[in-house]
Design a protein around this ligand. Structure first.
Ligand code: IVH
Length: 698
């Protein structure tokens, strides 16, 4: 182990405190505290099923620490208080694996799998049907954990399979790894192998924080796990959200282990380890292929990254008969999923202009098949991201497309940079309208200052105006908007209302019937509601909920357009930034002209009766909506709540009166539970609406 003194260098006997202290009642208490805390840890981190309230855990932990401080002889290395605390190392010692840590052969398609099954079947002729244990192939770092007398005495990386590194100090900080095995009947020497990994949420949260602090990001969860375990200071590892899941036995001496791989894993679970809940035993190759399909479907919804499925002959006797070829067993194979990372060439960077003028650099790539689709574009976010990556045009880059997330460039392959690589220069003027580009201090985004003079912003503004939650113009999709602007038929959304049939009909891909339909839906859109109209104007930061709040407050557009800063700040959920955007929008003569024009061509909405807001049934109450509701969208739910006079906020706080929680509600639900905020499931929410005269039909 380390050259430096460490609390954990010499594994002590589990019963050490009983030899050193003669206070038997204290000894018994310490033993009981260990058991209670270990059990609580197991339920929380291994089974994902917390049983002990946090406060009670803290109380027990604190009591144990107190005893250990006043009676140091009670302190043992397996104490639940001793996960972090060792001094930083100067380097990692080498560990020779008694039983080599093998790697796996890969299968890339069903045929490779059938070939594998045939090879297995041919070698074990007398067995009719082979049973396979199937497990997700976790994308992390393989480690070996050595337990002697039930205590964790050494943890090592795989290294080259024969020699790895001693990472015991770091491994002790991983909460799902038992420092002492649970139960009694474990072998005197037990080596457990498995994967340390960083779940997707922990990875994303970590990177988000690193980005905010302008620190280095991890490119994927596997690198995050590796980087975290490679720390010489275990205090750093302790801050990383790592988990461990075991997947095989290294060796067992002085005790029994079952004769099936799947049963060994179940036994590991009883000794305190996390095993993969997706593990199944299937019959024959068809069972394997079916399992693969099922998991492929589930892949994106799992909490951790997997890069394939590992299939293992379940019977250990058969495994022994099959043996190994070079460094891979004949009894196991990894059926890989399509890769989520690939290398490709960055051919060019173009700058796109969005509705609010935000300029986004977009990478044009040599098309590459990654994560199951062909990718030819990836966002580069902003100039800070380009600087962080140090990327140049002509570089070979690593593209990552995990799940449904938009493709990202995660790193540059520096060694492949050609001499001709070109720096990416952010334009000084808008690539579409040539207006100058502004970058506000402290904001990462650069914007075109051209407003509606800029064709790109105009197109985006018209698309927004026509969208479903805005003026809801049926049949006016993004492509058609582009065509109308490019052909010079419209410049602003006001022009939509003077479109003529003969011009429209003559557009490419447009017949008389569709032109008539389009004109009819444009005409129909004139009957709208004030909140929709307001939202459709595309004022920055004014979404559906803010538009509704503004209408609830001012009731009339005439009053709203004249509102000053103080008046705007009185509106629910409107802060100084949103208020400034609203003020500058209405102050702009061009926008005033468009609004007047829209009203003149007959856009109208039902007059909103002046109601004393305090008379409304939910007046003075704040609600939050989260999760998926089966009968309506979240916007609809918010709309109803606002109609009943409630404020709708984006996050739960002690001031929240109720949380409407649909399916898959996440952290907001937990927070509401913690704060004792009333929680309404969909049925309760519909009942509340009903009670106040709203009968929703989905
Ligand atoms: S079994 C002899 N099972 O995949 C069998 N490996 O290429 C050895 N891995 O280094 C491994 N999940 O890090 C096994 N359920 C699983 C696994 C798994 C991930 C990794 C492991 C190993 C690599 C093999």
């Amino acid at each position: 182990m380390s050259d430096q003194p460490s609390l954990f260098d010499e594994p002590e006997d589990d019963s050490s405190f009983s030899q050193n202290t003669n206070d038997t009642s204290l000894m018994a208490e310490v033993k009981q505290l260990h058991d209670q805390l270990n059990q609580a840890n197991y339920q929380y981190y291994v089974l994902d099923d917390p049983q002990l309230p946090d406060a009670e855990y803290d109380r027990l932990f604190h009591r144990l620490k107190e005893i250990e401080t006043s009676h140091p002889e009670c302190l043992t290395p397996d104490s639940p208080t001793q996960r972090v605390g060792a001094a930083p190392l100067s380097h990692f010692e080498q560990v020779t694996h008694d039983v080599p840590m093998l790697s796996l052969d890969n299968a890339f398609d069903a045929q490779d799998m059938r070939d594998f099954n045939r090879r297995v079947s041919e070698r074990i002729k007398h067995v009719d049907e082979v049973f396979y244990a199937c497990e997700p192939k976790l994308d992390g770092i393989a480690v070996s954990l050595l337990y002697e007398g039930g205590l964790l005495v050494r943890a090592a990386t795989r290294g080259d399979g024969a020699v790895g590194e001693n990472i015991t100090q770091n491994i002790r900080t991983v909460p799902s790894i038992p420092l002492k095995l649970l139960g009694e009947n474990y072998p005197a020497v037990l080596e457990v192998r498995g994967e340390v990994y960083m779940p997707k949420k922990g990875f994303n949260d970590f990177n988000e924080k690193a980005r905010a602090r302008e620190e280095k990001l991890f490119v994927n969860p596997r690198n995050a796990a590796a980087g975290s375990l490679r720390q010489l200071d275990p205090k750093i590892t302790a801050t990383r959200p790592l988990e461990f899941c075991c997947y095989s036995l290294g060796r067992a001496e002085g005790g029994e282990v079952p004769a099936k791989h799947s049963e060994i894993l179940s036994q590991f679970s009883k000794w305190g380890f996390k095993i993969n809940p997706e593990m199944r035993v299937v019959k024959g190759i068809e069972g394997c292929l079916e399992y693969y399909e099922q998991l492929a479907e589930k892949r994106n919804s799992l909490a951790y990254e997997i890069d394939g499925i590992v299939f293992k002959v379940d019977d250990i006797n058969l495994q022994q008969q099959l043996g190994f070829v070079s460094r891979a067993p004949r009894w196991a194979i990894a059926h890989k999923f399509p890769a989520q990372e690939e290398m490709t060439l960055l051919k060019d960077v173009e700058f796109q202009v969005g509705r609010t003028g935000a300029i986004t650099p977009v990478a044009r790539l040599e098309p590459v098949f990654v994560g199951g689709v062909t990718v030819s574009n990836a966002t580069l976010h902003n100039m800070d991201e380009i600087a962080r990556l140090g990327v140049m045009v002509g570089d070979t880059v690593i593209i990552r497309r995990a799940g449904d997330v938009i493709p990202q460039i995660v790193s540059v392959v520096q060694s492949k940079r050609p001499a001709s690589a070109k720096a990416i220069v952010f334009p000084l003027a808008c690539p579409v309208c040539d207006s100058h580009i502004e970058r506000i201090e402290g904001e990462a985004v650069s914007r075109c200052s051209g407003g509606l003079v800029c064709a790109a912003q105009r197109k985006e503004a018209i698309k927004h105006f026509a969208s479903r939650k805005a003026m809801d113009i049926d049949g006016l999709g993004d492509k058609l908007v582009e065509q109308l602007v490019d052909e010079g038929l419209i410049e602003s959304f006001l022009d939509l209302y003077s479109l003529k049939l003969d011009r429209l009909m003559n557009l490419e891909r447009m017949g008389e019937k569709s032109a008539q339909n389009l004109l009819a839906s444009i005409e129909a859109s004139k009957q709208t509601t004030l909140p929709k109209f307001l939202y459709s104007l595309g004022i920055r930061e004014v979404g559906v909920a803010t538009a509704q709040n503004l209408v609830n407050h001012f009731l009339d557009l005439k009053i709203l357009v004249k509102a000053d800063l103080d008046a705007l700040l009185e509106v629910d959920d409107v802060g100084p930034i949103v208020a400034e955007h609203i003020l500058s929008f209405f102050a702009e003569p061009h926008n005033q002209k468009i609004i007047d024009g829209l009203l003149n061509i007959g856009i109208s909405w039902p007059v909103i009766e002046k109601k004393d807001a305090s008379e409304l049934p939910l007046a003075g109450q704040t609600f939050v909506v989260t999760g998926t509701l089966a009968s309506m969208g979240r916007d609809q739910a918010k709309d109803y709540l606002q109609r009943l006079g409630a404020k709708v906020a984006g996050s739960v706080s002690a001031k929240t009166h109720g949380l409407v929680a649909g399916e898959k509600a996440g952290s907001k639900l937990t927070k509401a539970q913690d704060l004792d905020v009333a929680i309404l499931d969909e049925t309760a929410f519909l009942a509340l609406l009903n009670q106040h005269g709203i009968s929703h039909v989905s």
